[in-house]
Design a protein around this ligand. Structure first.
Ligand SMILES: [Zn+2]
Ligand SMILES: [Zn+2]
Length: 315
């Protein structure tokens, strides 16, 4: 992994060169703020210190060699026994070695296959600029699936807990995905400030706000019965998180769930969670396509800009 530091937001991310787009002079996209510039503007402070120390070392070594040639030694002579000598002692200039930092999340871009790592979870691909929100959503849905597989081989109480956790994971995964999507797309929303803070833990509420901000009706992106089913699952998550999983009047009013009885525990099957995963995948994929701004094409930068920037860095 090679460290990169954004000249604009000064945050650090790592890339594995050669795993993504092929070509010369391709620009680098900041993983966090999306700033686009030539790669030679993304050196980390440690890399610059290292390069500087190597350059200084080369100059000082050369200087030392020249000084060394001036050394002489005349032994004591004559009636007074005076000798004279010049001895040059030098210490090599220290090289500032560095190691790249280990960051929190490794991502493989699903558009260009670049391997990169970041702090946090959401980012733009440094090579192709596409946002990883859908990749992260998919990761969360896969995790829920693994939890269901685990639940299949354990006792009833533990299985119920795991299935509930899997459902909560799907909802929180979609909530994180939706929030990030709105945040990144905020500049093109009717009210950017409001778009920075859209919650997706309640699908009905999210639908209203997404429609107002982006003129997209989420109910049209999946089949009507799947939308209704997803809304019910999200309400079940609310019961799990805040009511110990016990059905209340609010739940019945919000969902019209005829199988539920007030005061009893809500029923969640592994099939429910799997069906919800499929619906969220479909909804997420369509939302990304409609809401997320498309990355600017990664075309090679012209050489004039590159050489000019080189010059600026040297100064
Ligand atoms: Zn940045
Ligand atoms: Zn990419």
């Amino acid at each position: 992994m090679m460290g990169r530091e954004c000249p604009k937001c000064e945050l650090v991310f790592n890339i594995k060169p050669g795993t993504g787009l092929k070509g010369e002079d391709l620009p680098c996209h900041c993983a966090y703020c999306g700033h686009i510039a030539p790669h030679n503007q993304f050196f980390t402070k440690a890399q610059i210190e290292y390069a500087k120390s190597v350059a200084v070392r080369q100059v000082t070594d050369k200087l030392h060699r020249q000084l060394k040639r001036l050394e002489f030694s005349h032994p004591p002579r004559g009636p007074l026994g005076i000798g004279i000598s010049l001895k040059v002692t030098t210490r090599p200039y220290p090289i500032r070695y560095y190691g790249e930092r280990e960051l929190e999340t490794e991502v493989v871009c699903d558009q260009c296959t670049l391997l990169y790592s970041i702090y946090g979870a959401f980012a733009f691909c440094p090579d192709c600029g596409s946002h990883n929100s859908f990749t992260i959503l998919t990761k969360n849905l896969e995790l829920a699936d693994k939890m269901l597989a685990l639940a299949a081989g354990v006792s009833r109480d533990l299985a119920d807990q795991l299935i509930g956790d899997a459902l909560e994971n799907v909802v929180s995964g979609f909530d994180g995905f939706g929030r990030e999507l709105c945040r990144v797309a905020a500049p093109k929303a009717t009210n950017p400030a409001e778009a920075e803070d859209v919650r997706f833990q309640n699908l009905t509420g999210a639908r209203t706000r997404v429609q107002k901000l982006f003129s997209i009706d989420m109910t049209t992106l999946v089949a009507a019965n799947e939308w209704e089913f997803a809304c019910r699952c999200f309400q079940k998550r609310h019961l799990l998180a805040h009511k110990m999983g016990v059905v209340d009047e609010d739940y019945l009013q919000a969902t019209n769930d005829r199988a539920a009885v007030v005061g009893r525990k809500i029923q969640i099957s592994p099939e429910d969670v799997k069906r919800l995963c499929a619906a969220m995948r479909q909804l997420g994929e369509k939302l990304v396509r409609l809401v997320m701004p498309q990355p600017k094409a990664s075309t090679p930068l012209n050489t004039h800009v590159t050489s000019k920037e080189n010059h600026a860095t040297d100064n």
